[in-house]
Write a protein that binds this ligand. Sequence first.
Ligand code: ATP
Ligand code: MG
Length: 436
Amino acid sequence: MPTYTRKVIPRDQHTVSRSLISANAKKVLARLNEAGYEAYLVGGGVRDILLDGRPKDFDIATSATPEEVHQLFRNSRLIGRRFRIVHVLFGREVIEVTTFRGNAQEEQDDDTPDRRTNEHGLLLRDNVYGSLEEDALRRDFTINALYYCIRDFSIIDFADGVEDLKRRRVRLIGDPETRYREDPVRMLRAVRFAAKLNFDIAPDTEDPIRTLAPLLDHIPPARLFEEVLKLFSAGYGLATWRKIRAYNLLAPLFPATAAALAEGESDEVICQALANTDKRIQQGKSVTPYFMYAALLWPALQAEWKRRQDNGEAPQQALQLAMSKVVGRQVQSTAIPKRFSAPMKEIWELQLRLPRRQGKRALVTLEHPRFRAAYDFLLLREAAGETDEGLGAWWTQFQTLDERGREQMLSELTSAAPRNKRRRRKPASRGKPPVH
Ligand code: ATP
Ligand code: MG
């Protein structure tokens, strides 16, 4: 294991400019300092500024305990149990303040109530406070353990993080296997940062991942759900997806999708959805978790839906049962809050309804609250080569027309497709519905 030494980089030897730091983060730092506590900007806030990026949020590390921080800021709240922190709230901006954590290895044997690991080495609680140096060494990656001091504008680097930023690599602090066992989510974080920053993962940090990936099974589903959102909604979702697959991390996150892909289902809809999501994020548009999940679980749903129809179930019923099964399995790995699973299912159901346009059907579908999302999903499927070409274009045009134009399109549809009428009377003979 490397030995780490403290390095101080003075203000004239680095590129962190105060103007890039949020005014609220500076306020919190100043107030903590004035009250006599040590306080530094740390994590993504320092890392991303050094890389000429824009930090997503600002994290602060301090010698003040969570209670002391809470007392200093009326606009704050204490959160977390496994890991207690304070959120200082400024409108929509949240500044996360954490107290320096001790990383003393001997604590693990003592199993004190403040720092507990289970038999797998998993860190159940981490509330032993420590020095700045200890705090640095318990952080995950060297590039995340840089501290910016607002008093003299220096950067403190304990783990050669600046060197790793230059070499563009994600490297765990300490023994990689121990660090992954303490918190398997660090495997996901390694991949996320590598994709986001376009960095390599250092060989000793990379090597254990494929083997230790199943440790993610021990992580509570709600935490994994949050991590999945971070993985795929940071603007680098497609690159992240490829790495997640390459490092065997898909099975613990999306077991049914991993199984379906192993059996030959395509991930093209997922790739299209993530590429689309990345583009939306770059354009400053919002992305919805249910749309992303609808895509991430699509291969699993397809496989189950086909299997059921091959066993003689009618398409509609097969779809309902396939949805329940896929969602039921998924929530054991990553939770999916109801507010997301309900619209996700609606997107799926509408895939069956979008081709059925005769009579009043198209008009009813158009009024569906989830029409827009389902239509976008259809376009992705079409781009992925999954549906007959033309259906997406039909809906694109239909939406833009007035009542007369729509009627015209519908009447053309009826005269052009007498076969559909015959088919409707005999749903069991329709064959596989995913191919419309
Ligand atoms: P971003 O906010 O851009 O996703 P970040 O590095 O700021 O990246 P956060 O999740 O905000 O990531 O965490 C802030 C800091 O807390 C990290 O930079 C790292 O130092 C530390 N940290 C977060 N999660 C872990 C973890 N699982 N194990 C060890 N340290 C962690
Ligand atoms: Mg952060």
